[in-house]
Design a protein around this ligand. Structure first.
Ligand code: NDP
Length: 335
């Protein structure tokens, strides 16, 4: 039988952690044949919540779950980790400047990157969920010089999935029939959800939108005035309706990201924030969202896509924000 895979989850006592743990233990990332060991990392004030979740994991009697450990020490928690989901982060609070937020998170993600460098398994793969996710991933990667840069990623799959949901609802299709939607840039309000290459059963989504909405101008207007802002600001919409932030959908997207990374993408591409190799003019080293396929356990940026002037402009704006965040953390000495 397969060897157990060790998965480290930070912020495991929080809300997203609670929504993640039970699905991971049921096999949602690695499939029904691979046993898992869970290492839960928390800060001292989150430890009891993580310990409580560990008790519940025991009570759920998942056949694949071989071990659960709870730590407040990053070095121990990342020791031997094959997969790491970095969920715990310092949230922005009222009156907090961006520099304060980046500094607080640098104090979390720098040491975690160093702990991954020191003790994670050779095949470690990391996804950062905690915000500002792209720049937190950059900080972690910069503290892990012995780990290939391609092993550090940030989550934009929730934005991607939100885009699929909106398109399916508008076009009366299923999310499973949609192919080749892209989120570009930062996991922030500047992100660019791009449907220009998307298809449903081989038909172009822009053409289907024109047919549905009464012409190309109406389709363009819908994309710019409704679709793009709605996807980018969906988090605020969820908070307003639900009374608290998105949790289960964020956890589900993190699982989709890891499952596709480990098991491969099957039908066209998806979106993930990966360390740029300079593709599409995104400066090398920035952790930016791209169209990606997972092949043999590695994310590969889909090459050679034609971009309209509109798309180039939107991508440049979001990438510009990432460059500013990188410059800010550099100035703070965090990378
Ligand atoms: P959540 O579990 O709800 O969220 C955790 C992180 O995920 C936040 O940074 C949040 O960003 C981010 N996130 C990313 N995408 C989304 C999305 N679409 N919707 C909502 N959140 C998203 O927060 P909790 O406060 O419940 O839990 C955080 C836990 O992390 C706490 O238990 C805390 O103790 C722990 N923690 C652990 C650390 C560690 O292990 N070293 C370090 C710091 C904290 P945003 O703030 O923008 O909503």
């Amino acid at each position: 039988s397969a060897r157990p895979v060790t998965i480290t989850i930070t912020g495991a006592g929080g809300q997203i952690g609670y929504a993640l743990l039970f699905r991971i233990a049921s096999g949602a990332i690695l499939g029904p044949d691979v046993p898992v060991r869970l290492n839960l990392l928390e800060i001292p004030q989150g430890l009891r919540a993580a310990e409580g979740a560990a008790l519940e994991l025991q009570d759920a009697a998942f056949p694949l779950l071989r071990q659960v450990e709870v730590y407040d020490d990053a070095t121990k928690a990342f020791s031997g980790a094959n997969l790491a989901l970095l969920v715990g982060a310092r949230p922005r609070t009222a009156g907090m400047e961006r520099g304060d937020l980046l500094a607080a998170n640098g104090g979390i993600f720098g040491p975690q990157g160093a702990a991954i460098n020191a003790g994670a398994a050779d095949d470690v793969r990391v996804v950062v969920v905690g915000n500002p996710a792209n720049t937190n991933a950059l900080i972690a990667a910069s503290h892990a010089p012995d780990v290939p840069a391609g092993r550090f990623t940030a989550l934009t799959r929730l934005d991607h999935n939100r885009a699929l949901g909106q398109l399916a609802a508008t076009l009366g299709s299923t999310v499973g029939s949609l192919r080749d939607v892209t989120i570009w840039g930062n996991h922030s309000a500047t992100q660019f959800p791009d449907v220009s290459h998307a298809t449903i059963d081989g038909e172009s989504v822009p053409n289907l939108l024109s047919a549905r909405l009464g012409g190309a101008d109406a389709a363009r207007e819908w994309l710019v005035d409704s679709f793009i802002p709605r996807v980018a600001k969906r988090g605020a919409e969820i908070i307003e309706v639900r009374g608290s932030s998105s949790v289960a959908s964020a956890a589900s997207a993190a699982i989709d990201h890891m499952r596709d990374w480990v098991q491969g993408t099957q039908h066209g591409w998806t979106s993930a924030a990966v360390v740029s190799d300079g593709s599409y003019g995104v400066p090398e080293g920035l952790v930016s969202s791209f169209p990606v396929e997972s092949v043999e356990g590695e994310w590969r940026i889909v090459q050679g896509l034609d971009l309209s002037a509109f798309a180039e402009h939107r991508i440049a704006a979001s990438v510009g924000e990432l460059a500013e965040e990188r410059d800010a953390v550099r100035e703070l000495g965090l990378i």
